[in-house]
Design a protein around this ligand. Structure first.
Ligand SMILES: [Zn+2]
Length: 301
């Protein structure tokens, strides 16, 4: 998995900071997560192929998370896109986007497929043989979901050296790859496990932005490999959290700790702060493995 942060600051785009958007390269999918203003410019800047984006996940309908979407949809049309584009987001997103398209008489010449969400709880949004994507219910000023991206267990791979050492004939290799046991020259059964390599453990990534501190999120992200959790404020501004329904760096770290996440990435910083270093410092008092998102930064896991 490779995560590229296109923008990770709250509220407004500024000269050197962008609102929320990120791309997750996972098992041949390039999933776009949120689409703040300027996302298509950032995609170009970091050389991400537009044609690889087929699924866009929008957490909620605040502008700093989806105002880049009408522009991106329009650019796809101008680039001559023909493939389907799937958009997952809160109910109302279809109405908002189609209003733009209707007023400009600029309907897409490619199928635009909306998957509107309005229910609480966890829902499966996408699944193929290698990966699945589920919602993470969050608590914000408007209906909001985070997203959980999970790889599935990969098949075991053939250990040719081991097979040869047991005297297994090549004609059995395809069956062994499918999970069957082998037979040596004397007709003895050799268990599949001895003839194959263990697959890499499947990885998972949870995106949680925006949300007030709620321990109810923990069961949905239990044991996740990497957790992106918003940290709009520092603890010194924690009094603003309940009203704005945002979290502090310390609270993000508490969630990561309770969920037994392996790594925490902080983001969605309020632009009131001159430097983001303090966010890392504050979170590390609670949880050790903390990284700071920043525009253009990539994470490989
Ligand atoms: Zn918001």
């Amino acid at each position: 998995m490779r995560l590229t942060i296109l923008g990770c600051y709250a509220a407004t785009p500024r000269t050197f900071t962008n609102p929320t958007s990120q791309v997750l390269d996972i098992q041949n999918h390039m999933f776009l997560i949120d689409c703040g203003e300027g996302t298509q410019v950032q995609l170009r800047k970091y050389k991400i192929k537009f044609s690889r984006i087929n699924h866009i996940f929008i957490s909620h309908l605040h502008g700093d998370h989806f105002f880049g979407l009408p522009g991106l949809i329009s650019t796809f049309r101008l680039l001559g896109r023909e493939k389907e584009l799937h958009i997952y987001g809160p109910k109302g997103i279809k109405e908002a986007i189609t209003l733009f398209l209707r007023l400009g008489d600029s309907w897409t010449n490619y199928p635009l497929i909306f998957h509107e969400l309005e229910e609480k709880g966890q829902h499966l949004l996408f699944e193929d043989d290698k990966v699945c994507v589920k919602t993470i219910p969050l608590d914000h000023r408007v209906y909001t979901n985070g997203f959980l991206f999970q790889e599935k267990e990969a098949p075991r791979t053939l250990n040719v050296e081991a097979a040869k050492s047991f005297g297994i004939d090549k004609s059995q290799f395809n069956n062994i790859k499918k999970g069957m046991d082998g037979l040596d020259k004397n007709g003895n059964t050799i268990p599949n496990k001895k003839l194959t390599f263990d697959p890499d453990p499947p990885k998972s990534y949870a995106f949680c932005s925006d949300t007030v501190y709620r321990e109810t999120v923990v069961p949905f992200i239990k044991d996740v490999d990497v957790l992106y959790h918003e940290s709009t404020f520092l603890d010194s501004e924690s009094h603003l959290c309940e009203k704005t329904k945002h979290s502090t760096a310390k609270q993000a770290a508490q969630i990561a700790k309770m969920a037994h996440a392996k790594q925490l990435i902080l983001g969605h910083y309020s632009t009131r702060y001159k430097s983001i270093e303090l966010f890392g410092k504050e979170a590390m008092e609670v949880f050790q493995n903390v990284e700071l998102a920043d525009d253009g930064k990539t994470f490989q896991f």
